[in-house]
Design a protein around this ligand. Structure first.
Ligand code: NAP
Length: 268
């Protein structure tokens, strides 16, 4: 995820390669980042990088965030911006690991950020100013669409857009299978299914209309589309998706609780 963000931000020119430093755990990853992006990347150089940075982005696994914060804590400054990408780690927990009051942001990007088509939910602590918020929005707009939320809503964001690409992949996969079943070639089924999802999503976004209105526009009385929609409704597609996202939100809450317990245990 860290590499995806670096790629998007460099491509959108919101950050210059000469002003971007990445740190990793292993030399191999650092060398790969240097080669891929032409940036300075070092293994184990967290403190040095944090000391020189205006914006520090934490893209390590959630369980490693407190350890990295303890490592860089004494070089962080109140005029820097700290951004965590870690799932399940509330802003208050990140704040509690930082030895001084400073702007802390928590972002939940999804995997299409690698194509600059991500959906990113972001929240922040009370210290962050409007100017810092704008700066963070500018960074993440380079890789997708930004939605500002409260920290308590991050579990729902994780369930909706964080995990969302996986649901859409299943939808596309099923459409391809249906095309195959109806005798279309694999290539034609794939191209038609993927473009249908892409086009429909763009239509919703660009028209600003509720999807139900757009759906209604495609339906002709007694036609083919309503016959298919009847089947989808009969099998509960909508209700299934709502339940799936509700379950995923609850699961995300449980994961946060488990992570906090794990961090508590390792602290004591
Ligand atoms: N992947 C997603 O779709 C996604 C979506 C939303 C949020 N996130 C969040 O993004 C974060 C990263 O996830 P990921 O999937 O990208 O993980 P990942 O592939 O395991 O990458 C983690 C990176 O952190 C580096 N690292 C580990 N310990 C370090 C340390 N002590 N100091 C410096 N660097 C260290 C690793 O370096 P090495 O390569 O050298 O080991 C690796 O480059 C997680 O907190 C996750 O919750 C991920």
């Amino acid at each position: 995820m860290g590499a995806a963000l670096i790629g998007g931000m460099l491509k959108a020119e919101v950050v210059e390669a000469a002003r971007c430093t990445a740190t990793t755990r292993t030399e191999t990853s650092a060398a790969a980042l240097e080669k891929r992006f032409g940036i300075l990347a070092t293994a184990g150089g967290n403190r040095e990088a944090a000391q020189l940075a205006d914006i520090v982005i934490l893209a390590v696994k959630p369980v490693n965030v407190p350890k990295v914060l303890r490592e860089i804590g004494d070089v962080l400054r109140a005029d820097q911006i700290l951004i965590s990408l870690a799932a399940s780690l509330p802003v208050a927990v990140i704040e509690s690991e930082v030895p001084l009051p400073m702007p802390v942001f928590r972002a939940m990007p999804n995997i299409p950020v690698i194509l600059e088509e991500g959906a990113i939910g972001i929240c922040h602590n009370a210290v962050a100013t409007r100017a810092q918020r704008e700066m963070v929005e500018c960074l993440f707009r380079a890789v997708g669409v930004v939605a500002w939320v409260d920290d308590e809503q991050m579990d729902a964001v994780t369930a909706l857009s964080g995990s969302g690409p996986a649901y859409v992949y299943i939808f596309i996969e099923a459409m391809i299978a249906a095309g195959l079943k109806m005798g279309l070639s694999r290539d034609i089924s794939t191209r038609l299914a993927e473009q249908t999802v892409l086009g429909a999503a763009k239509h919703v976004r660009d028209s600003g209309l509720h999807p139900a209105i757009l759906r209604d526009q495609v339906i002709t009385p007694g036609g083919v589309t309503i016959a298919a929609i009847h089947e989808l409704e009969r099998h509960g597609l909508r209700s299934m998706l709502i339940s799936a996202i509700e379950t995923a939100t609850q699961h995300s809450k449980k994961r946060t609780k488990a992570l906090l317990e794990q961090l508590d245990t390792s602290n004591s």
